[in-house]
Write a protein that binds this ligand. Structure first.
Ligand SMILES: [Zn+2]
Ligand SMILES: [Zn+2]
Ligand SMILES: [Zn+2]
Length: 263
C-alpha cells in the first residue's frame, strides 16, 4: 500500500478514466442517433420522390381526364384539391383544371370560398366561418373562434374595461389639476400679500431657516456670526425662492445693501 498522497492520486486517475468512458459512451450514442436521423431523412427523401412520381402520374391522369370533364366537374376536383390536398400547389391546380387555355384564371374564381364549422371557444355552440384562401385556412386552423353572441360579450367587456380605465384617467387628471390650482392659489397669495405679512408665513420661515443653515449662521460677506438676516437678492421669485435668491448677512452688511439699493 502506498502513501496517502499516492492513494489520492490513484483515485483521481480512476475517476478521470470513468469520466472519459462516460463521455465516449455519450458521444457514440449521439453518433448512432445522428446516423439513425440521417437514415430516416434519406427515407423521407425517397418517399418524397415517390410522392412526386405519383403526383406526376395523377397529373397525367387528371390531364387525360380533364379532357372528358365538363366545366363543373373540373371545378369540383379543383375545389377538392385546393382545400383538402395542400401538397398540390395552387399553380398545379390552375395548370390542370383551368378552363382558360392561357391559364390566367384566378384560383379564387375556380374554387370559391370554404365554409368551416367550428365550435365557439366560449359557449361551445357550432358556428360557421367563411375562409377565402389557403393562407387564411392555415391561419385559422388553430385559432379560437367565438360565436356572435360571445364575441359581442367579449367586446362589451373590453369596452367597459376601457371606459373604466378612461374614467380613472379623467379622475386622476382632475385631481392633478385641482392640486395644481391649490398650489397656484397659495403661490399667488404669497406673491401678493404685504411684505411684513409675508415674513410671518411658514413658507418664508422655512426658506429663511434653510438659508441660515447653508450659510452656517454666518454673514456670507464678512463671515461674522451673531444676528444674521436673510436678505432677498431678488423678489422675482417671492413665494418660490431659489437658494441663490437669498443671502445671509450680518446687520452691518445688510445695512450696506439697503444703503445702495432700495427693497
Ligand atoms: Zn359562444
Ligand atoms: Zn434686505
Ligand atoms: Zn457681514
Amino acid at each position: 500500500m502506498g502513501t496517502l498522497r499516492e492513494q489520492i492520486k490513484q483515485k483521481r486517475q480512476e475517476i478521470a478514466e470513468l469520466r472519459q468512458q462516460q463521455t465516449d459512451q455519450n458521444l457514440s450514442s449521439i453518433r448512432e442517433l445522428y446516423e439513425e436521423m440521417k437514415q430516416q431523412q434519406k427515407e423521407i427523401e425517397q418517399h418524397q420522390n415517390k410522392i412526386n412520381t405519383i403526383f406526376g402520374e395523377i397529373k397525367h391522369e387528371l390531364i387525360d381526364l380533364s379532357a372528358t370533364m365538363d366545366k363543373e366537374q373540373k371545378r369540383e376536383v379543383a375545389r377538392f384539391l385546393y382545400w383538402d390536398v395542400p401538397e398540390i400547389s395552387t399553380k398545379q391546380i390552375i395548370d390542370c383544371f383551368s378552363d382558360d387555355q392561357y391559364k390566367s384564371a384566378t384560383i379564387s374564381g375556380m374554387v370559391g370560398s370554404l365554409t368551416l364549422t367550428k365550435t365557439c371557444s366560449s359557449c361551445g355552440i357550432e358556428c360557421k366561418q367563411k375562409i377565402k384562401n389557403r393562407t387564411e385556412q392555415k391561419l385559422k386552423r388553430n385559432q379560437k373562434i367565438f360565436c356572435n353572441l360571445c364575441q359581442k360579450k367579449k367586446e362589451e367587456a373590453a369596452e367597459s374595461a376601457r371606459i373604466k380605465h378612461r374614467k380613472e384617467g379623467d379622475r386622476l387628471e382632475k385631481e392633478h389639476i385641482r392640486e395644481n390650482q391649490v398650489v397656484q392659489r397659495r403661490l399667488n397669495h404669497l406673491k401678493t400679500m404685504p411684505y411684513d405679512e409675508y415674513l410671518e408665513t411658514s413658507h418664508w420661515k422655512s426658506i429663511r431657516q434653510k438659508a441660515l443653515g447653508r450659510a452656517n449662521y454666518r454673514c456670507q460677506l464678512c463671515n461674522k456670526n451673531g444676528k444674521i438676516h436673510i436678505h432677498h437678492r431678488t423678489y422675482k421669485r417671492r413665494g418660490e425662492e431659489r437658494p441663490s435668491d437669498v443671502i445671509a448677512l450680518c446687520e452691518k452688511c445688510h445695512a450696506k445693501f439697503h444703503d445702495k439699493e432700495t427693497g
